[in-house]
Ligand binder design. Structure first.
Ligand SMILES: [Zn+2]
Length: 571
């Protein structure tokens, strides 16, 4: 049990010839001794600044909370992005964490820095779990908390009416993008931001079983304190399905019965969004967002792990948003603690499946690389009625002028679109071959924790290349890119591979991710983000070749034994 330790200075002239300071222990720590977050200190009028987060963590350290502190890396403006490890017993390295044999849960706040409550809830939860003497989740899991991921965005404080127009306070909040104006929750494939690169390095080093990303909603007036989503990519066959069917329904029930919050699958009313897609006439229903891995929790599912998106309701007060986010994360931690062995075995299965691809040609080695929203099921969804005020007054921050909330909620039966289905599957080849000059591709693969080998000599192998029939480039720029889509066909035959070719075997734990990123027709792969633009033209061949077996491979030299080791670029 932590104790409050205060220094008392005593003159000990005879023994030491000077002044020394001895700690005096003032009995067990009580909640009155706990440090308080900035929202708690300001009656929820203000959110934490970067310095508040650092000071709060320091105050936990001074109280002797069992925490290990570090930085995942620096932002583009040079701020350290702090992380905290919490577990009992305390561990401070990935190998020590793995030795405990427990699930590792990585919780990230503040990726969109105007969406503030994840940061403040996570700080409060860290305090309450680590300073509590009672048995809790920290006795059965390892928690990695990254409370202020988009630290630069957090410090660009401006009025909520400017930075978060649909949010009920606080008055001053940060911005959505990082200091380079990149949306970090669209960056998980291309990894251009230093924050993304730092988080991928954390994923590779610690390999968390569960990743939770904390946000605030933007839109619809629904009746839920929080909405959530598992990984929506159909390629997330392990963590996505398990979170959707086994974890989140239990968390939802516990949030209702133990915490007093109604929660539901993330979505918006189609009537608010203008329809399901541009080319359908479906305008009634509740629909989730997107399945592509540019979004962190979707990405995490393709790594074979559990990703959970948390979206506190933007029209609730800050105090309620902090409370609901706190409860949601707390329930996830305790449920993962209870289901520790199931979560660990899911991780093991996800890692071993691609290894079987290499050994058994009959094993199911399909990866979904394109998707569409699946047929809905009918469910009751809670909606709040708004009413006109008759003038243009502002009734609550985040509510459109001239309208007010009524507090009248109705449960309406409607189609609920909460999952995606594959529209294009690809069989994993034994390996992809990347041309010797495409070192940027190799660097990014390694950043994603994918092992890449190199062949010393030229060799030939059975395989296929993709003939490009058309290159479709998006007219509009998005995150500084004109996204590319390829259409074409595969042609089989013996492939002659030049010396120094890079070899990406799919028989590795992140084999499915390698397939997703490298397939030319993937809806969110390296082609999408212009990494291969220099080698792509209509009528040409896609520069990454599929190889069916590696047995004829010449003297291929494995230059890298582990993806998590430092990997200087070779060329
Ligand atoms: Zn967000």
């Amino acid at each position: 049990m932590p104790f409050v330790v205060r220094s008392a200075c005593i003159v000990v002239a005879i023994v030491a010839g000077g002044v020394t300071c001895a700690p005096t222990v003032r009995g067990p720590l009580t909640p009155a001794d706990y440090p308080r977050t900035r929202p708690e200190l300001t009656n929820y009028r203000e959110t934490s600044h970067y310095s508040d987060v650092r000071n709060f963590l320091d105050s936990l350290r001074k109280l002797g909370a069992p925490l290990a502190f570090g930085s995942i890396g620096k932002t583009s403006e040079g701020r350290d992005i702090p992380y905290v490890i919490a577990s009992r017993p305390l561990v401070s390295t990935p190998s020590d964490a793995r030795a405990l044999g427990r699930p590792i849960v990585y919780v990230q706040g503040n990726i969109h820095a105007g969406e503030v409550e994840g940061k403040d809830a996570l700080l409060a939860l860290l305090r309450d779990l680590t300073l509590s003497s009672k048995l809790n989740a920290l006795d059965s899991i390892v928690l990695i908390a990254v409370p202020i991921y988009n630290a630069d965005g957090n410090e660009r404080f401006a009025p909520q009416s400017v930075n978060r127009t649909e949010q009920n306070g606080p008055e001053m909040v940060g911005v959505r993008p990082n200091a380079q104006n990149l949306d970090l929750n669209r960056d998980y494939v291309k990894a251009e931001a230093p924050e993304t690169r730092a988080s991928l390095a954390m994923f590779n080093a610690w390999d968390p079983d569960v990743f939770v990303d904390l946000h605030t909603t933007d839109g619809s007036f629904h009746g839920y304190a929080l909405t959530y989503s598992p990984s929506l990519s159909p390629a997330a066959v392990f963590g996505g399905v398990y979170a959707r069917d086994s974890l989140l329904p239990v968390v939802r029930e516990r949030m209702r019965t133990r915490d007093g919050f109604e929660i539901f699958d993330y979505g918006n009313f189609l009537s608010d969004d203008g329809g399901l897609t541009a080319d359908t006439s479906v305008h009634e229903g509740w629909a989730t967002y997107d399945s592509r891995p540019r979004f962190g929790t979707n990405y995490y599912g393709i790594r074979g792990r559990i990703g959970i998106l948390s979206e506190a309701y933007s029209h609730d007060s800050l105090s309620k948003r902090i409370a609901s986010t706190y409860a949601f994360v707390n329930e996830i931690l305790s449920l993962v603690a209870e289901k520790g062995s199931a979560v660990r075995s899911l991780t093991a299965r996800a890692d071993s499946q691609p290894l079987a691809w290499g050994r058994s040609p009959d094993s199911l080695q399909i990866v979904a690389i394109r998707s569409e929203i699946a047929a809905p099921h009918s469910m009751g969804v809670i909606r709040e009625d708004l009413e006109k005020t008759g003038d243009s007054s502002l009734t609550q921050p985040g509510v459109p002028r001239g309208e007010r909330r009524t507090g009248k909620f109705r449960t309406i039966r409607m189609p609920v679109y909460d999952r995606f289905r594959s529209t294009l599957d690809r069989t994993a080849p034994a390996a992809y071959i990347v041309a010797p000059q495409d070192t940027a591709v190799v660097t990014l693969l390694r950043l994603h924790g994918i092992r890449v080998d190199r062949s010393d000599s030229a060799w030939t192998a059975r395989g296929e290349t993709f003939v490009i029939d058309s290159v479709i480039t998006a007219q509009r720029a998005f995150q500084g890119h004109h996204e590319v889509r390829l259409k074409g066909r595969w042609e089989r035959g013996m492939q002659t591979l030049p010396p120094k070719s890079f070899i990406v075997s799919t028989a590795q734990p992140r084999g499915a991710l390698a397939v997703y990123l490298l397939e030319p027709e993937s809806e969110d792969g390296f082609t999408t983000w212009n990494l291969l633009d220099g080698d792509i033209r209509k009528g040409g061949r896609y520069p990454v070749t599929r190889i069916f077996d590696l047995s004829r491979r010449g003297r291929a030299v494995n230059r890298r034994s582990s993806a998590s080791e430092p990997q200087p670029e070779q060329n």
